[in-house]
Design a protein around this ligand. Structure first.
Ligand SMILES: [Zn+2]
Length: 299
């Protein structure tokens, strides 16, 4: 029997750790606010304290980590991170946490970890090939092939947000360019499109809430975001040939109805049976996937 494993989720707002059982079930979970403004050492200390608290009940193997930012797959260091974690770029997360915990530490990007978690114990359970899109404030993505994260040359494969998207010409992407999918299909994108249409600036979540409450402009903005996302994912199915496409993140529920319709309409005939599914693990996806990373793929 496989012993329990510790998975850690380091985000710009919250840091969590969980003791995860052999079937991907969360046995115990701890969470703190990420001390992002105090710098990388404080963030590492907080993550290590949460993990150390759970290690007594875990097996002797590695600890897994999913973190915000692009992770160098060879070293477990951060190649690039946004200002949500100031100074995080260049931080040797794997080595620094291994020194604090006395264990091997395996690190990947948080969206990659979420995809691994969903393939282990969530909506992609028992599927070896999955494309996951994470629609939150921004739009991230990850590819799982043969049960492993496809890291790419720089740990950044699967970033679906920077594909060209129809109707995004006046909308600025998180990468500062215009016309990309993330500029429409993200919380930031919903807020920007709604502000252009109405002159009123509210959060992406508020736009989704207004759409659900019957605001016609908000409904059009959400529908368009969903349609553009669904069509893009259908095209990516032909490129990547996954067994399923998963949509995760805080805006997934709002975008899925329109996305599903556009996806079904645009899917090339040879892939008509590839489902578009809502992710199932919610806030646990990253810790569960980090634990899966720690286990390795040998079993
Ligand atoms: Zn972009």
């Amino acid at each position: 029997m496989t012993a329990a494993v510790v998975g850690v989720d380091i985000g710009g707002t919250k840091t969590a750790a969980a003791l995860v059982g052999p079937g991907g079930e969360v046995l115990e979970r701890r969470e703190v606010s990420t001390p992002a403004r105090s710098g990388p050492e404080a963030v590492l200390d907080a993550a290590a304290a949460l993990a150390a608290d759970l290690l007594g009940a875990a097996g002797a193997g590695p600890v897994g980590v999913g973190t915000a930012g692009t992770v160098d797959p060879a070293t477990g260091s951060i190649r690039y991170a946004t200002d949500s974690l100031p100074g995080w770029t260049g931080t040797p997360v794997a080595d620094a946490l291994a020194a604090r915990l006395g264990r091997e530490v395996r690190v990947t990007n948080d969206v990659n970890a979420a995809a691994l978690g969903e393939c282990w114990a969530g909506a992609g359970r028992d599927r070896a090939h999955v494309l996951l899109a994470a629609v939150g404030t921004g739009l991230g993505g990850a590819i799982v092939r043969n049960g492993r994260v496809e890291a790419g040359a720089r740990g950044a494969a699967g970033e679906v947000g920077h594909l060209p998207a129809p109707g995004a010409d006046r909308l600025r992407c998180g990468c500062d360019r215009y016309g990309h999918l993330e500029a429409i299909a993200s919380g930031t994108g919903l807020a920007a499109a709604y502000a252009i249409a109405t002159g009123t600036r509210v959060t992406g979540r508020a736009v989704a809430d207004r759409a659900a409450a019957g605001d016609e402009v908000a409904r059009q903005v959400v529908d368009r975001a969903g349609r553009v996302l669904g069509a893009a994912l259908a095209g990516l199915v032909a490129l990547l040939d996954p067994a399923a496409v998963l949509v995760a993140g805080g805006a997934a529920g709002a975008l899925l109805p329109a996305a599903s319709a556009a996806y079904a309409a645009e899917l090339p005939a040879g892939w008509a049976d590839v489902p578009l599914l809502p992710a199932a693990l919610g806030a646990d996806a990253v810790v569960v996937g980090a634990a899966r990373l720690a286990l390795g793929t040998s079993e």
